[in-house]
Design a protein around this ligand. Structure first.
Ligand code: DGL
Length: 281
């Protein structure tokens, strides 16, 4: 494996990181929008879910994975995980990058979502479905306030959803039960919610069940397309980064779990066949 310090001048892939499978729902849309680039995905499945973990642990795990993606030559890494974006991104950007790799960039998925959410809502009541960690961080209300100070944000933690999805139980009756439970709790907070952010990259796997539990006219905001648009815009404004990205259309996948376990679910999340290698952290 090449060391990232020696990779400074050469071109490299765009790195995607998630605690598990969820980031593949984002990478899928980004690859669709920007197919020419090389991509590397790293899922920390062995230590997922991150949603109930402390700030310190999510930061430590995320930084380890970002360093691995740097080692693999990525000049740009996307934290395609809301929990990591909420709990680790700022510290990595402000504290670690300046000494570790000042010429590299790490971006998250919360900011692009909060920049546009106000365009969807008429009632000005917005729901955010997320992991407990993301909810406790208050990243969504804080960021949304910067762009749309008039919006009222109602957060709903959904701690059972990621474990169900990571264990391929998203089609089960248990998933039905927990989708109904959290959606009822969200709308009990504010029946006038008219837009809902899926603030966890795993949740698109539950979208059909979620749709069945929302009143007519309520919109669901998924992050994949939003992040794809935002990254396209970022690369058009940051030519110095764009020029450092390799364009051979290669896609590589790594998991900290057993690849055989990862590949079948990952193919489902990504929408096309995935063949991964093991990453030892
Ligand atoms: N996909 C991660 C997110 O967007 C899942 C979090 C978890 O591992 O609990 O928050």
């Amino acid at each position: 494996m090449e060391n990232f310090f020696s990779m400074k001048e050469s071109k490299g892939p765009i790195g995607f990181f998630d605690s598990g499978y969820g980031g593949l729902t984002v990478m899928k849309e980004v690859v669709g929008a920007l197919p020419d680039y090389d991509y590397i995905y790293l899922g920390d499945n062995a230590r997922a879910p991150y949603g109930g973990r402390s700030f310190e642990t999510v930061y430590e795990y995320t930084l380890e994975c970002v360093k691995k993606l740097f080692d693999l030559g990525c000049p740009l890494v996307i934290l395609a995980c809301n929990t990591a974006s909420a709990k680790a991104l700022r510290t990595i950007q402000q504290k670690d990058l300046p000494t570790l790799a000042p010429d590299r960039r790490v971006l998250g998925v919360i900011r692009p979502t909060t920049e546009i959410v106000g365009n969807f809502s008429s009632s000005r009541h917005v729901g955010v479905l997320a992991t407990t960690g993301t909810v406790i961080s208050a990243s969504y209300p804080i960021e949304i306030k910067k762009f749309f100070p008039d919006l009222i944000v109602h957060q709903q933690a959904c701690p059972m959803w990621v474990p169900l999805i990571e264990n391929q139980e998203e089609k089960s009756s248990a998933a039905d039960y927990f989708v109904k439970k959290y959606m009822d709790e969200l709308f009990n907070q504010a029946p006038s919610i008219d837009s809902i952010i899926l603030g966890c990259t795993h949740y698109p796997l539950l979208i059909e069940k979620i749709k069945r539990r929302i009143p007519e006219g309520v919109q669901i905001i998924e992050q994949g397309l939003i992040v794809a648009e935002s990254l396209t815009d970022y690369l058009s404004r940051h030519k110095e980064m764009e020029m450092r990205l390799r364009k051979n259309k290669s896609r590589k996948f790594y998991t900290t779990e057993t690849p055989e376990i990862f590949d079948s679910s990952a193919s489902y999340f990504f929408g096309s066949p995935v063949k991964s290698d093991r990453m030892i952290i």
